[in-house]
Design a protein around this ligand. Structure first.
Ligand code: ADP
Ligand code: PMV
Ligand code: MG
Length: 397
């Protein structure tokens, strides 16, 4: 029988959850189309520890290490703003009500987030909702670090919600793992399902109307297709090496998703065709990516088809109004090398994906990267399709 994890003083746990790329179907997935996504080998880490009882420290602290920011709330203040915290009789995920979101907004406002970092307010709000719903009114210190650029289309919001939820649930009866094991450990199926559902509630606070694809791929990892809240695990038979270019133009997913919804309300018929075309593209992509290795299509032929689908998806994202001048610059640069690219995530700046075919020489890859970097963009060659959320016990004792 496994040794159960119970909170004790001086104990710390750490979780990590990956970011993601969307290979096809962003935005359209919010409107019911199929999308394909893969986890990224870049993570958000959350560590959770409790003050020693001798400390009499009755505060909840959130440290955002990369940004050198620390927020803290006396537990008594949280109790005053959110009196129902900790009263859940089950851990079934609950949406943040309008009333609670107003109280949370007041708690966030009191922290005086610097003007330049005001985008963090929604992340801090999601933190307060998830923390108080799952852990109630208990003091703790939560430290967050991330390898993901925030607000760039690589799913930092979902990775944050997934890693946070996993850490918080680790102290409940819903999670039973062998705490004597060391290193990164995976969760069981039921635990993943609960983490994913709670993380979706956090994403709702950050995105407004998320499809759920980002938290799902961050939770389960690997590669998935996703439609109307339902995931299908995929196994790729194509290497799929991707160059990710960050235009470094900041944007906000919530605003972009709202923009697409407004366009859909104004032009429902035209947009229905756009979303349906995206659905067909994603479905064709899932077939090509998973077609058995030695079949009648060579890897090069599959890559050519994938490139056509990337091109078409990018054109449709243009129709949705989520492009940006910097994205166009990346597209113009990579097309000179006959490479196909598309924006990934919400667009409006953020990141662009470029497929690097298997036979493309390292010399060409370096040339493309150096041309993109000379436009002040930042390029990554990161692995995709790795594991989802994981936990590590006994970080300190
Ligand atoms: N490590 C983090 N710490 C705090 N908030 C975070 C963190 N990562 C993401 N967020 C929240 O998510 C927002 C970015 O989410 P979003 O606009 O969806 O872009 P993306 O998910 O593509 O990075 C940030 O402005 C912040 O509110
Ligand atoms: C635009 C969308 O499809 C993906 C958003 O991803 P990101 O937050 O930009 O990483 C929204 C969603 O599916 O919830
Ligand atoms: Mg996001």
């Amino acid at each position: 029988m496994h040794e159960m994890f119970r909170e004790t003083q001086d104990m710390e746990i750490k979780t990590r959850a990956p970011g993601k790329i969307i290979l096809s179907g962003e935005h359209a997935v919010v409107h019911g189309s199929t999308a394909v996504a893969a986890s990224l080998d870049l993570f958000t880490y959350v560590s959770l520890s409790f003050p020693p009882h001798s400390d009499n420290d009755n505060t909840l602290k959130l440290q955002l290490k990369d940004m050198s920011l620390e927020f803290s709330w006396p537990i008594s203040r949280i109790k005053e703003a959110l009196p129902k915290s900790g009263s859940l009789t089950s851990l079934a995920p609950v949406s943040c009500s309008v009333e609670s979101s107003k109280s949370i907004a007041a708690l966030v406002e009191e922290q005086n987030i610097p003007e330049a970092k005001v985008g963090l307010a929604s992340g801090v709000s999601a933190f307060l909702w998830l923390y108080t719903s799952i852990r109630g009114l208990k003091p703790a210190t939560v430290v967050v670090t991330s390898e993901l650029p925030l607000g760039s289309g690589l799913g930092s919001s979902a990775a944050f919600c997934v890693a946070l939820t996993a850490a918080l649930l680790a102290f409940t009866d819903s999670v039973s793992l062998d705490v004597s094991l060391r290193g990164w450990l995976s969760f069981g199926e039921k635990e993943l399902e609960l983490i994913n559902k709670w993380a979706f509630e956090g994403e709702k606070i950050i995105h407004g109307k998320p499809s759920g694809i980002d938290n799902t791929v961050s939770t389960y990892g690997h590669m998935i297709s996703f439609k109307s809240g339902k995931l299908t695990h995929m196994k790729s038979t194509v290497p799929l090496k991707m160059l990710i270019t960050n235009t470094k133009v900041g944007r906000n997913t919530k605003a972009l998703v709202t923009g697409v919804s407004e366009r859909t309300l104004k032009h429902p018929d035209a947009m229905a065709f756009v979303f349906s075309a995206v659905d067909s593209i994603s479905k064709e992509l899932t077939t090509i990516i998973q077609s058995p290795a030695p079949d009648n299509l060579s890897v090069t032929e599959k890559e050519e088809k994938i490139e056509h689908l990337i091109d078409m998806n990018q054109g449709l994202l243009q129709c949705m109004g989520v492009c940006h001048a910097t994205i166009e610059t990346v597209l113009r640069t990579t097309v000179k090398y006959k490479l196909a690219s598309k924006l990934t995530g919400a667009g409006g700046g953020g990141c662009v994906l470029t497929l690097l075919p298997t036979l493309l020489s390292r010399i060409i890859i370096d040339k493309v990267i150096s041309e993109l970097e000379s436009s002040k963009f930042q390029c990554f060659l990161t692995g995709i399709g790795g594991k989802g959320v994981e936990i590590c016990f006994g970080v300190s004792s």
